[in-house]
Ligand binder design. Structure first.
Ligand code: DAR
Length: 368
């Protein structure tokens, strides 16, 4: 039973409330106005009373609720609408973060993070390689002593990049590679790397509104192992997105490569972590394992039998995204299918769910 620390009950004294910015400060901070039609989790859970009780709280790095909800205020189609500015945001704003976390991750206060990330040996779900185009597994990680990407200052971002580059030099031979700082690239070279999917683009409108694109491309970059099968994004939505990927269906090889990379980096980087919430991320959807394990899979028949596909996906705790990822369309019958759960399950649970679910989907595709 996780302690109540993050589940509000016996909270420590509130962090010092920010003093009124001027003597005439209104006793009642003006209520945030969510766009018409907004049904994000922040719009659902942030009542006027709750806003009043949190409006003056500042986290240890000075982050405020107003800053946290900028994206949800600006984008009526936000699904979540709030980002954390540092580790402390999860404690400071727990009265609204907790219901959002429980709602999104579908957990109650007896469930919490499960830590298990060990190598696996799974059968090949697509031996003829007829369906799975590629496999990609990533985790989000943030350093615990720096503000997260929507609140970090320019100098801190540069410091973080240097610290990560030093840690990358400790990778074993099989994962060794090169770090490419976007600052060092011409616009043409940077755009070329983005088109080849070797570099990440500037954040979308949700991330823009959250402040994640500030100072771009300062201290942004990617590490690419020599075989391109292990990569690290620096200062995207999180301080680090650590990933393993390859063409084809070898889930075990990709999972085990990521496991090796994390084992090599973790001793040199202190990650933001909480026993109940797991690894802490900018977006509360990514806490826990902070893992997204998925495949790009071509399903010509199930594309025409979407209810069948949706039933199998739900049964195995998976989710469907478009070919280009979040909020994109499915092109040429290629679906992005990945784990739906990040918190309350371990990394090994996730890869097992993916393996079992993808095997069932391929069986259904064959039988249609
Ligand atoms: N688009 C934002 C975040 C949703 C989750 N995806 C992330 N974190 N990349 C929203 O509130 O809809």
């Amino acid at each position: 039973m996780p302690s109540a620390r993050f589940w509000i009950k016996s909270r420590p004294a509130w962090p010092e409330e920010s003093p009124p910015s001027h003597p005439g400060m209104k006793a009642d901070p003006s209520q945030p106005r969510f766009p018409a039609g907004a049904n994000s989790l922040i719009a659902t859970h942030l009542s006027p009373d709750l806003y009043r009780s949190l409006a003056r709280i500042r986290s240890k790095s000075g982050f405020t609720l107003d800053a946290a909800i900028r994206s949800g205020l600006k984008n009526p189609d936000s699904s979540i609408g709030i980002y954390a500015g540092d580790s402390d945001s999860y404690a400071c704003f727990a009265p609204v973060m907790t219901p959002i976390i429980r709602d999104y991750h579908k957990i109650n206060d007896t469930q919490g993070h499960l830590e298990q990330f060990t190598p696996v040996h799974l059968s090949n779900p697509d031996p003829e390689g007829r369906y799975i185009r590629s496999t990609r597994i990533r985790v989000a990680r943030n350093l615990k002593d720096l503000p997260f990407c929507c609140h970090i200052r320019a100098g801190e971002r540069v410091k973080l990049e240097k610290r990560v580059i030093r840690a990358l030099e400790k990778l074993p031979e099989g994962l060794a590679g090169d770090y490419i700082s976007f600052n060092s690239l011409s616009q043409k070279d940077y755009t070329g790397l983005v088109q080849k999917k070797l570099a990440f683009p500037k954040g979308d409108r949700f991330q823009e509104a959250a402040g994640l694109n500030r100072d771009f491309p300062l201290a942004r970059g990617v590490f690419l192992s020599h075989d391109k099968g292990f990569r690290v994004w620096v200062n995207e939505e999180d301080h680090l997105r650590i990933m393993a990927l390859e063409s084809g269906p070898d889930l075990s090889a990709v999972f085990n490569r990521l496991c090796s990379g994390l084992d090599a980096l973790s001793p040199h980087l202190a990650f933001a972590f909480d026993p109940e919430l797991g690894f802490l991320s900018s977006c509360p959807t990514n806490i826990g394992t902070a893992m997204r394990a998925g495949v790009h899979i071509r399903l010509k028949k199930l594309e025409q039998a979407r209810d069948t596909l949706n039933r199998i996906v739900a049964r195995h705790h998976l989710q469907i995204r478009g070919t280009g990822g979040e909020k994109t369309a499915v092109n040429q019958s290629v679906f992005d299918i990945s784990n739906a759960r990040r918190l309350g399950v371990s990394a090994n649970d996730i890869i097992r769910d993916l393996h079992t679910g993808i095997s069932a989907i391929i069986e259904a595709e064959k039988n249609l």
